[in-house]
Every structure is written in structure tokens, then in C-alpha cells.
Design a protein around this ligand. Structure first.
Ligand code: MN
Length: 242
């Protein structure tokens, strides 16, 4: 996820502008000015995994990683590209901007962007906050955030895992930060991202069955426990600076 501080600030500033871009009154003028600079045919791309499929074993198996990245994430990207094929005003947005600004879209397009744009943003973060060198106690700023807001790492893990276990059906469990720097553990359904409710996703775990079923079968709680062995705290700290 190449979301630099500047990009995040820019996205925050652009959000209201982007909303107006999507409104009907603006589309005609905008289309006219962009006729001579066609957008790329596939504006959204599947990022390469930053490690091998087998790198997170034994905690996450190679086959799950391969299917998860090459099939599931790729499908979100493909569907997202398809959805914006003839929508020049959407193709120009970053994925994060896109999923924040679905209100003025038609219901069908809104659902498609929400599911597939959310899927793309969520998984792009997910690959990066895991690492074969991950695990262990949190370090740096995230260690402080966890200590001061959740009474220590053990309590934090317990609350995070419980929230993930209780999510009925498919979804994600997140550590989020609001605009007043308050931290919460929440879960979202399907591929919804906390940005859709104005929260910043500091870190999140995928609790769809496709994330764990081959190795853990129906034992989601075991997967949630094992996941801490691969969490890349350095990348979580990078995200805290966004
Ligand atoms: Mn997934």
C-alpha cells in the first residue's frame, strides 16, 4: 500500500472534491477537459506479494496464500477495473478515494465499488502488514497505543480475536483510529473498510473463510491466534504515521 502521509492528507482534502466530481452537474465539464488524456485501460493493479507464498508457513499455508492473492484479490481488482471501464471520473481516483466516495453513485455501481474497491484496499494492506519476520511483541508507537488504550498486548489480542470470532459470516476485524485519535477494535461485514465510516484502518485481519479454511477448517479462533505470529509491526507503525 503506497499510501504516503502526503497521499493520505491529499485524499482527506480531495474527498469532498471527489464527491462533487461524481455529481452529475460536474461530469459533463470534467469529461470535456479530459478528452485528450485517456486514462490507462486498467487503472487498478494487483500488487505483487512482498514474499513467497510459503513464507508465512506454518501459520498461513502456501496454497491459501496463492489462492487468496492470485484468485481472490485478483478478482476484486478485475471487477473494479470492469466497473470503472466507462467511468473516466472514477478511473482517476485512488482506490482509497473511490471507496470513500460512493454516496452519489447508482445503487448497483455503489455496491460493486464497495465490494470490489473495499476488497482491493483491504487486501493491499493485508499482505503488507504480514511478514515472515513478523510476530512477537509490538514495538514502537503501536506498542504505546496498545498499552495506553487496551491495557497491554494480551488484552488487545483477546479483544481483537473475540471481535473477529464473533463476526458472523464474512468480514474483517480492525484496529481503527478516529479523527480525534481515539482507537477502537471493530469488525466490518463483507469487504467494507473502516474508511467507509470515517475511521482510519491501522491494521486488520481477514476473517473470510477463504483466508483460513484449507488449514484451519472451521476453527477461525485458531487462525486468529496464529496470525499474531506473522504481524509486521514495522508496517503497522508506518501506517500509524499516515
Ligand atoms: Mn480475503
Amino acid at each position: 500500500m503506497n499510501l504516503s502521509k502526503r497521499d493520505f492528507l491529499r485524499a482527506a482534502i480531495i474527498a469532498p472534491v471527489a464527491t462533487s466530481l461524481i455529481s452529475n452537474s460536474f461530469v459533463t465539464a470534467h469529461t470535456r477537459t479530459t478528452q485528450n488524456s485517456p486514462a490507462p485501460t486498467t487503472p487498478f493493479t494487483l500488487p505483487a506479494l512482498p514474499y513467497d507464498f510459503a513464507a508465512l508457513e506454518p501459520h498461513i499455508d502456501a496454497q491459501t496464500m496463492q489462492l487468496h492473492h492470485d484468485r481472490h484479490h485478483k478478482t476484486y481488482v478485475d471487477n473494479l477495473n470492469k466497473a470503472v471501464l466507462d467511468k473516466p471520473f472514477l478511473r482517476r481516483l485512488k482506490p482509497e478515494e473511490l471507496i470513500r466516495n460512493t454516496r452519489s453513485l447508482s445503487p448497483a455501481l455503489r455496491d460493486t465499488i464497495r465490494n470490489n474497491g473495499g476488497g482491493h484496499v483491504n487486501h493491499t494492506m493485508f499482505w503488507r502488514i504480514m511478514s515472515p519476520q513478523g510476530g512477537g511483541e509490538p514495538v514502537g508507537e503501536i506498542a504505546r497505543v496498545i498499552r495506553t488504550n487496551f491495557g497491554g498486548f494480551e488484552n488487545f489480542k483477546k479483544q481483537f480475536n473475540e471481535t473477529g470470532t464473533k463476526r458472523f459470516g464474512s468480514g474483517w476485524v480492525w484496529l481503527t483510529r478516529d479523527r480525534r485519535n481515539r482507537y477502537s477494535i471493530i469488525s466490518t461485514a463483507n469487504q467494507d473498510n473502516p474508511m467507509m465510516q470515517g475511521l482510519f484502518p491501522v491494521m486488520g485481519n481477514d476473517v473470510w473463510e477463504h483466508a483460513y479454511y484449507l488449514k484451519y477448517n472451521n476453527r477461525r479462533a485458531d487462525y486468529l491466534n496464529a496470525w499474531w505470529n506473522v504481524v509486521n509491526w514495522d508496517e503497522v507503525n508506518n501506517r500509524l504515521r499516515l
